[in-house]
Each structure stands twice: as C-alpha cells, then as structure tokens.
Write a protein that binds this ligand. Structure first.
Ligand SMILES: NC(=O)c1ccc[n+]([C@@H]2O[C@H](COP(=O)([O-])OP(=O)(O)OC[C@H]3O[C@@H](n4cnc5c(N)ncnc54)[C@H](OP(=O)(O)O)[C@@H]3O)[C@@H](O)[C@H]2O)c1
Length: 254
C-alpha cells in the first residue's frame, strides 16, 4: 500500500473556526497549503476577521466562510451543500472542533435541557458531520477526521458531567470508526486538550484560579496555547499511520 500524507491542496472543514482553537487550526493548516471551509455560529465578526487575515497570507489557498449551528441538522446538511458549491467537492479533512460547555459542576444544577443541548452540540453533531463527510473520503480512499474532545472525557473537568459524557462519547465514536474504517484510507483521532487559554472558554489563566485547572496544579506550570493544539491537529492530518488515538494535551495534568 502507498503512503500518502500530503495535505497541500486538500480541503479542510473546521467547525467553530470563530473560536480560539479552531482559528489556530485554520492558520496552521493554511500554512501547510490546505484550502479551508470555516464555520461560525454566533460570532460572525470573529470569523470575518480570521478570513481576512488568512486571505492576506496569499498562500494560494481557497478560504470560505459558512454559518452553521451544529445543533441543527438542517444547518449541517446545508453546510455540506455550500462547501460543495464553493470548493467543488466535500472536505478531505474534517476537524470537528465546535463545542459547548458550561461550568455547572453539580449534577443537581444541570437541567435535562442543558444535558440534551450539550450532547447535541458536542456529540450528536460529531456523528452527523462524520456521516456527511465519509462518502467523499471513501470514494477517494483518503480522509482525516480529527475531533477536539477534552481531558474532561476522563473525568477531570472544570465543567459538569454532561460535558464529560459528551466528550467521552466523541472518543468512543472516533475509536470505533478508526477500527472499522482503517482499511478505507480514513483515519480518526481525537485531541483532548486541557486548559487552553486565548479561547472563549478560557480567556486567561485568571479564569482558572481556584479550579482543578489552576496553573499551580498543571505540572508544566502554565496553560496551553491554541497553537499547541493546532500543532497536534496538523500532525494527525499528516500522519496516516496514527489512528484511533486520543492525544491528551494537558501539560501533564491527569
Ligand atoms: N479551551 C480549552 O481549554 C478546551 C479544553 C478542552 C476542550 N476544548 C474544546 O475545544 C473546542 C474549541 O473550543 P475553544 O476552547 O476554542 O473555545 P471557544 O473559543 O469558545 O470556541 C468555541 C467554538 O465553538 C463554536 N460553537 C459553540 N456552540 C456552537 C453551535 N451550537 N454550533 C456551532 N458552533 C458552535 C463557537 O462558535 P461561535 O463563537 O461563532 O458561536 C466557537 O467557534 C471545543 O470543542 C471545546 O469543548 C477546549
């Protein structure tokens, strides 16, 4: 079997590119010559600014921007139609990054509606997006799917059990698909970050004070950067021998 880890000229769909980690992934993949389809949900201005910066690099790559609330099935199917119209094909690389999590840690304070919404945004949409992306990847016998899960999947979290459950579900989805579809040329992995600042979820280290993610509890003594997350995502896209893995990116936090 041939080894093909070339990502230059491929098309990546990154959900939640209006946020910190998604935007860093967009910059990093563009620097590797990847065309981009990027989504936002509520923060149109952030995505417009990002697209302006990316187009300013003149990397010879096509960059498109799309509105998509991943909790709505009709938005997800429309997104794939739009990507096809703008790029002439569906994505070769899917980065499932859009995510939602509230810092409600007591189960008694988590409503059923909040549970359902968190599962929809983080887990259900991961399944639907993957289902939409897989046919094109199967056809060309090449695809990369990277999910942004969380350290919370293993229990440690500044958020509640609903968030942990949604991210653990994403890891199960990824590992199952990796073992089922390895022979189809598609890899599935997840990056499990912890305490990444410069994001809407955790703007600065001050937002971690007094929580399990306080930098004094992190072995490397600092929070992580969005660029470090993007480094791992790009590595996974360029490394077809790696599949079914959860990569904990946590500065040593367990
Ligand atoms: N920061 C961390 O330490 C950390 C740790 C573990 C896991 N994560 C995961 O990393 C991913 C990216 O988060 P981030 O840290 O970069 O935070 P962020 O800056 O707040 O970004 C979150 C992104 O998700 C999008 N989003 C939220 N709800 C959505 C919905 N219903 N439909 C579509 N998009 C939606 C947001 O879009 P709009 O802003 O346009 O609404 C935004 O682009 C998430 O999956 C998060 O769970 C982050």
């Amino acid at each position: 079997m041939t080894v093909d880890n070339e990502i230059k000229g491929r098309l990546a769909l990154i959900t939640g590119a209006s946020g910190g980690i998604g935007a860093a992934c967009a910059h990093d993949l563009l620097a590797h010559g990847v065309n981009l389809a990027l989504t936002y949900s509520t923060n149109k201005d952030a995505l417009s600014e990002l697209v302006k910066q990316l187009r300013g690099h003149d990397a010879g790559c096509q960059v498109s921007s799309h509105h998509c609330d991943v909790a709505k099935d009709q938005d997800l199917t429309r997104l794939f139609d739009e990507v096809e119209r703008e790029h002439g094909r569906h994505p070769d690389i899917l980065v499932v990054n859009a995510g939602y999590g509230k810092r409600t840690s007591n189960i008694l304070d988590i409503s059923i509606d909040e549970w359902d919404y968190t599962i929809n945004v983080n887990l259900r949409s991961s399944f639907v997006l993957t289902k939409l992306a897989v046919p094109h990847m199967l056809e060309q016998h090449w695809g990369r799917v990277v999910y942004i899960s969380s350290i919370a999947a293993g229990g440690t979290s500044i958020n509640g059990c609903h968030y942990s459950a949604s991210k653990a579900g994403v890891q199960g989805l990824s590992k199952n698909l990796a073992s089922k579809m390895g022979k189809d040329g598609i890899t599935f992995n997840d990056v499990a970050p912890a305490m990444i600042t410069g994001t809407g979820m955790i703007p600065t280290e001050d937002n971690l004070k007094g929580t399990p993610g306080d930098v004094k509890n992190i072995p490397v003594g600092r929070s992580g950067s969005t660029q470090e997350c993007a480094n791992v995502v790009t590595m996974l896209c360029r490394t077809g021998y790696m599949t079914g893995q959860s990569l904990l990116l946590s500065g040593g936090l367990k």
